[in-house]
Write a protein that binds this ligand. Structure first.
Ligand code: ATP
Ligand code: MG
Length: 430
């Protein structure tokens, strides 16, 4: 026997038992975004490496050590997208979507980062991403946060907390940056290698360190909110007033700087205590300089991204994963005559009862085996068709989840019966 091929480390299969939760997350997200006037944008998984270097920043974990970069056969350096914002901005520029226009868009799909795989942290993971381009805020900042809060409500998720901060503008950050460098220089002996390197290039990155040994020194550093320029301070105050007015709770966390270089003003992160150390489920911020930095006409923008693996895990932990893709009815076919008409019967039932999910037994099997499959399928009812029943033009309708007995139903009346089953189920759920 040949050796079993192993999957790529840190890249997961979403198996059929788990896909219902993914589908319901993605469906609720699509519906919610449409309710706010955000439209889908679909982008390639590959971009030129240069795009991520120029947007995310050379001194970030992503660009320094996490990108899947390779040369294609034509000699171009390409990278599997580690996040969606850069590609969205690139697409808006190259398609002229920001010429006298603004855009509210979303996209979802896989992202790739060469990280150390652990629970909640993978090398291929999935994000749902929303961006508003051309909007200076703070109204749209508030709207984007409200939209995320509505998403948690619609998914039935509890216990998510919002951390909020403002980074000011790149100009106002200069004074802060100088103070920060001075502080870290005074504590240089305690810095790890990454931090020493970043001290010269981008000292704010040090605040974003994941190294527990650095926690104490980071906790003592000066805070950015003391250095905000007046416009950024007003922007932040207005955003907070909007959130207060909408009853959205948050904590101002002056240590929140976010992992990417391009943020300005508003940054935020939704965290949970249910997932252990991978506690951030959704994060975002304003990036007013990025469009111009990538060669477009200057346009302010803001967005957020949620990690689907972490949200799905939260749905599972909180009993919200659901299983709404299971069939309602399992059609068991006992005998050659039943098998000959089974598929056609199922087709006619699907025609007659919109929304009915009916799984037909394929591949034969004993009556007992078929009923076992019916039970495992998650269906609430089995419809059993034997050769005698075909001859008499009846079927047996058997409830699988309650004690009430099975009964014969004329084939002509079966669709009506199943429509009632479906109705009773949706009443029970509603
Ligand atoms: P973290 O601090 O956990 O590394 P991040 O700051 O790198 O997150 P972003 O780049 O802002 O995260 O991505 C947005 C969201 O995507 C995160 O809040 C998280 O839920 C999810 N995410 C990021 N990296 C991964 C990963 N490697 N595996 C699974 N989910 C991830
Ligand atoms: Mg990260």
């Amino acid at each position: 026997m040949s050796e079993t091929l192993q999957p790529v480390r840190g890249m997961n299969d979403v198996l059929p038992d788990d896909s219902a939760a993914w589908q319901s997350l993605e469906r609720v997200a699509r519906e919610t975004f449409a309710e706010y006037g955000y439209r889908e944008i679909r982008l390639p998984l590959l971009e030129r490496t240069e795009l991520f270097k120029r947007s995310i920043g050379e001194m970030t974990d992503i660009v320094e050590k996490e990108m899947y970069t390779f040369e294609d056969r034509g000699g171009d350096s390409l990278t599997l997208r580690p996040e969606a914002t850069a590609g969205i901005v690139r697409a808006c520029i190259t398609n002229g979507l920001l010429h006298n226009q603004r855009q509210k868009v979303w996209c979802m799909g896989p992202m790739f980062r060469y990280e150390r795989p652990q629970k909640g942290r993978y090398r291929q993971f999935h994000q749902i991403d929303v961006e508003a381009l051309g909007y200076p805020g703070p109204d749209v900042d508030a709207e984007l946060i409200m939209m995320s809060a509505r998403l948690w409500r619609r998914l039935g998720l509890a216990g998510l907390r919002l951390n909020l901060n403002s980074l000011g503008t790149p100009e106002s950050r200069k004074g802060y940056r100088a103070e920060l460098v001075e502080y870290f220089l005074r504590h240089e002996a305690a810095l790890d290698e990454d931090s020493k390197r970043r001290l010269g290039g981008n000292p704010l990155r040090i605040l974003d360190t994941k190294n527990p040994a650095m926690r104490e020194i980071v906790a003592g550093a000066p805070v950015i909110t003391d250095y905000l320029d007046p416009e950024s301070a007003a922007h932040f105050a207005s955003l907070r007033a909007q959130l207060d007015g909408a009853g959205i709770e948050y904590v101002v966390n002056p240590r929140l700087v976010r992992g990417l270089d391009y943020y300005s003003r508003t940054v935020f992160e939704w965290v949970t205590t249910d997932l252990g150390s991978q506690d951030a489920v959704c994060s975002g911020g304003r990036y007013d300089g990025l469009v111009a930095q990538l060669g477009g006409a200057a346009a302010p923008a803001i967005g957020w991204a949620l990690g689907e693996e972490r949200i799905v895990e939260l749905m599972r932990l909180q009993g919200r994963a659901g299983n709404d893709a299971a069939p309602h009815v399992y059609l068991a076919l006992a005998g050659a005559a039943a098998e000959a008409v089974g598929l056609k019967l199922a087709e006619s039932l699907r025609d007659a009862v919109p929304g009915l999910r009916i799984e037909t037994n394929c591949g034969g099997g004993s009556f007992k085996a078929q009923l076992k499959r019916a039970d495992r399928s998650g269906a609430s009812h089995a419809v059993i068709l034997g050769d005698d029943e075909v001859a008499q033009q009846v079927a047996t309708l058997k409830p699988l989840r309650e004690e009430t007995g099975q009964r014969h139903v004329p084939l002509a009346g079966l669709a009506g019966e199943l429509a009632q089953v479906l109705q009773a189920r949706s009443r029970g759920q509603g």
